[in-house]
Design a protein around this ligand. Sequence first.
Ligand code: 5GP
Ligand code: ZN
Length: 138
Amino acid sequence: MIDKDCLFCKILRGEIPCAKIYETAAVLAFLDIAPIRPGHALVIPKVHAPSLWELPADIGGDLVAALQVVGRAVREATGATGINVVMNNGASAGQLVLHAHFHVIPRVEGDGLSPWQGAPYADTMAMTRMAESIRIRI
Ligand code: 5GP
Ligand code: ZN
């Protein structure tokens, strides 16, 4: 349930302080110590799970509910007009802390934090093959 060496578990146990925003029986939200923009918050489950795949699926409702509450409050407090909810899974995706968490990042038009650029598939067949390759693994 809790990992003794995990940074976010230490925050959950109160061994490391945090700027707490919101808490329920299942979820804790606090400010990121190195925000992409002021108000950048983290929403974490109270159960230790290194990434998305170890999370108990039935915690999804609690996490979504918390993201809605925290996302709205961050938006209002910062004057943001949009919010990115981001979850990094794996080092190649930028995950540094191996306790599953969601970033809540306030956004305004022209803030320079444009998301990555999309590019179309070579053709419809390439897209169809990719969809099939994913579908057969579900
Ligand atoms: P990741 O890269 O794993 O998706 O995000 C981890 C986040 O945790 C980073 O944005 C980082 O700034 C934040 N972080 C790292 N250590 C601490 C800490 O001790 N306290 C808080 N509040 N945030 C932290
Ligand atoms: Zn943990």
